[in-house]
Design a protein around this ligand. Structure first.
Ligand SMILES: Cc1cn([C@H]2C[C@H](O)[C@@H](COP(=O)(O)OP(=O)(O)O[C@H]3O[C@@H](C)[C@H](O)[C@@H](O)[C@H]3O)O2)c(=O)[nH]c1=O
Length: 395
């Protein structure tokens, strides 16, 4: 093989937005961390800037090329790919199909006996045990190119978890200095007292939200539900007397709707940093998908994971694999009631969920302590980005 001088020093990350914000959410976090903590220059190729704009509000969806956080962001589609200059590493996120021009340029390099970028597929996160055996395996493609499989995960044998180095310090500082009121003011939220219960809600549509709202609305303490305009709000709106005939598009961020002893606040979508701070500021977080699910763990607060539904209920295997790990060190009775609640929430069965909520005080101190312990211990030694950099070095 010849030297790699013909390859540019940067890494390319390709992202196809399948739905929602998780695909771009994960790749955007990875790109930022590669730049911030490893001084690697990154080109992020995204096919849907409109979705990206929801989690990076200052993005201009009409620009083919723009820069944020030192990252070059390129809008691409299969018919109109901006000139691709191969870098050291080529990451396809979640097995997205790379443009043929990109594949062709790798084949040309191979045919000329020049080294090609290290090509890897970044997979979805799962706590299942088979991940340990599949992480880091190479796969020879029909065109002779080699692609590596990179699996994020919770054990030492996987690719690790996305987590910035200083996150633990930042969360502790935020919570000790009690900065939540500052954030609430920035978000235009009013009337939240320090002792009120505050719950962030970022789930998919589910009748379980009705149980959650009803349960907390009967609480003696005032309860606030902070809900970004989106899929959870779509479920909640018809339940709110003063909003039941409103369409989602008519609702404005900043609006408040009363429901017994609860207040539902409509939030604007913020950038990822703003969303993280929201999770750090709430007492309980309802999260979903992949990235918000991880961020809730780093926030160290009790949370319910609404997992992304898959065919044949396969997602319950993934959910249980995670709960096996998350609750492993817990007192058995607490583990059972927590698992029951999370399972009922994901089954979306109203009555079961109501019953499970009665059986578990989500605010109890022991649950909060366990959530904090997990935030400290789950990552073990190294985060995903550092492990990825090591992985590349060792190829
Ligand atoms: C509410 C909110 C979220 N976000 C970010 C946090 C996350 O990066 C992102 C949401 O992504 P997720 O939590 O992963 O949930 P998600 O449901 O949006 O995304 C995904 O889930 C995956 C499992 C699927 O495979 C994907 O196809 C996708 O559906 O949005 C903000 O930046 N600001 C906000 O105000």
């Amino acid at each position: 093989m010849n030297t790699q001088r013909h390859l540019k020093p940067h890494w390319d990350i390709f992202c196809v937005v399948v739905d929602n914000y998780g695909d771009i959410g994960v790749t955007w976090r990875l790109a930022k961390q590669l730049v911030d903590e490893h001084q690697i220059s990154v080109v992020l190729w995204v096919d849907d800037l409109h979705s990206f704009g929801h989690i990076l509000p200052s993005l201009n969806p009409n620009l083919p090329v723009q820069y944020f956080n030192g990252i070059k962001i390129i809008h691409w589609n299969n018919t109109n790919i901006i000139a691709f200059e191969p870098g050291q590493v080529l990451i396809e996120a979640f097995a997205c199909e790379l443009p043929s021009t990109v594949i062709n340029s790798l084949i040309t390099l191979k045919d000329k006996q020049l080294s090609q970028p290290i090509w890897l597929n970044l997979e979805y996160l799962s706590a299942e045990t088979w991940v340990d055996g599949c992480h880091g395996l190479p796969s020879l493609q029909a065109n002779g190119l080699k692609k590596w499989f990179y699996f994020p995960g919770f054990t030492d044998n996987t690719g690790g978890l996305l987590r910035e180095q200083p996150i633990s310090k930042m969360v502790t500082q935020w919570q000790t200095e009690n900065k939540k009121q500052l954030l609430f003011t920035q978000l235009g939220l009013t009337n939240i007292d320090d002792d009120d219960i505050v719950i962030s809600v970022f789930s998919y549509e589910t009748p379980a939200l009705e149980s959650l709202l009803n349960h907390f609305a009967q609480n003696d303490t005032k309860v606030h539900f902070l809900v970004p305009k989106g899929r959870s709000l779509f479920t909640l709106l018809p339940l709110l007397d003063c909003a039941f005939d409103l369409k989602l598009s008519q609702v404005q961020p900043g609006s408040q709707y009363h429901y017994q002893n609860a207040i539902v606040h409509v939030l604007p979508m913020t950038d990822q940093q703003g969303y993280d701070q929201l999770l750090w500021s709430c007492d309980i977080n309802i999260v979903r998908g992949e990235d918000s699910f991880l961020r809730a763990q780093w926030a160290g607060k009790p949370f319910i994971w609404h997992i992304y539904p898959q065919e044949d209920d396969y997602h319950f295997e993934k959910l249980n694999a995670f709960l096996d790990k998350y609750c492993q060190q817990w007192p058995p009775a607490l583990a059972v009631s927590y698992r029951n609640l999370v399972t009922a929430f994901n089954e979306g069965e109203r009555e079961k969920c109501t019953q499970r909520l009665h059986e578990l005080d989500l605010q109890q101190q022991s649950l909060q302590d366990l959530a904090q312990n997990w935030a400290q211990s789950a990552i073990n030694e190294t985060d995903l980005t550092s492990r990825l950099v090591q992985f590349i070095k060792s190829r």
